[in-house]
Ligand binder design. Structure first.
Ligand code: ATP
Ligand code: AMP
Ligand code: MG
Length: 204
C-alpha cells in the first residue's frame, strides 16, 4: 500500500449472523493501531438504522429486516451512499464495512450487496468470514439471551444459508471486479483470522 490513496480503500466484511464479524473486526482494529495502520470500521446496519430512525420507522436495529422490502431497499441505498461519502471525507488508510452478503427477511433471502450498494461503495476486497455450521450454531446458542435472530433453526439450515451467502458474495464481486477472500474464524482462534485479514489488507 502506498500511503494515503486519493480514492478511499474500502473493504467489505461479510459473514452470516453469529460467525464473529464484529468480534474479529474489533480485534483487527486494536492490532492495526499497534502496527500504525489507520483503519476505520463501520457497521452497515448502523447506517441503515440511522436512516430508519430519521423516518421514525423502528426503535431497534434488528427490526430493520422485518420492514417491507421496498423500505429496506431505500434504507440500503441511502446507507451505501453515506458510507462512500464518509470514506471519502475521512481519509483513513482503510475503511472497513461490517455487513452481510445475504439477509434473511420475512419474504425470503435478500442480497446485502446488490448492484446499487456495491456500485456506490466500490470495495477493493470482500472478506467472507466463515466457521463451521456447528460452531456458528453454538455461538448463537451462547448469545441467545441478547440475540433476536435465530432464523436458521438448526445446523443444516445454517450450512445452507452459508452456502447461499458464499455465492452471494461472489456474485457481488462480479459486479465491481473486487476480489473475495474466505477467512476461517475458528473456535477460540480469533487472532488467526485477524492476522490473515491484516496480511491481505497490507497487500492491497
Ligand atoms: P451479527 O451478524 O449478528 O452482527 P457477528 O458476525 O458480528 O454477528 P459476533 O457478534 O462478533 O458475530 O460474534 C457472535 C458470538 O460469537 C459472540 O458471542 C462472540 O464472542 C463469539 N465469537 C466470535 N468469534 C469467536 C471465536 N473465534 N471463537 C469463539 N467464539 C467466538
Ligand atoms: P448486523 O448487526 O451486522 O447484523 O446488522 C444489523 C441489521 O442491519 C441486519 O440484521 C440487517 O437487517 C441490516 N443490514 C446490515 N447490512 C445490510 C445490507 N448490506 N443490506 C441490507 N441490510 C443490511
Ligand atoms: Mg456484528
Amino acid at each position: 500500500m502506498s500511503g494515503k490513496a486519493k480514492s478511499p480503500i474500502i473493504v467489505i466484511i461479510v459473514g452470516i449472523p453469529g460467525v464473529g464479524k464484529t468480534t474479529v473486526l474489533k480485534r483487527l482494529q486494536e492490532r492495526a493501531v499497534r502496527e500504525g495502520l489507520d483503519i476505520k470500521v463501520v457497521n452497515f446496519g448502523d447506517y441503515m438504522f440511522e436512516e430508519a430512525k430519521k423516518l421514525g420507522l423502528i426503535s431497534h436495529r434488528d427490526e430493520i429486516r422485518k420492514l417491507p422490502i421496498h423500505v429496506q431497499l431505500d434504507l440500503q441505498e441511502k446507507a451505501a451512499k453515506k458510507i462512500r461519502e464518509d470514506a471519502e471525507k475521512e481519509k483513513h488508510d482503510i475503511f472497513i464495512v461490517d455487513t452481510h452478503a445475504l439477509v434473511h427477511t420475512a419474504t425470503g433471502f435478500w442480497p446485502g450487496l446488490p448492484k446499487h450498494v456495491i456500485e456506490n461503495i466500490r470495495p477493493y476486497l470482500i472478506v467472507n468470514i466463515e466457521a463451521s455450521p456447528e460452531e456458528i450454531y453454538a455461538r448463537r446458542m451462547r448469545d441467545a439471551g441478547v440475540r433476536f435472530r435465530m432464523d436458521e433453526k438448526n445446523v443444516e439450515e445454517i450450512r445452507e444459508f452459508m452456502f447461499l451467502a458464499r455465492i452471494s458474495s461472489i456474485a457481488s464481486a462480479v459486479l465491481t471486479g473486487s476480489t473475495v477472500k474466505f477467512v476461517q474464524n475458528k473456535e477460540g482462534r480469533v487472532e488467526e483470522a485477524v492476522k490473515e485479514i491484516l496480511s491481505a489488507l497490507k497487500k492491497i
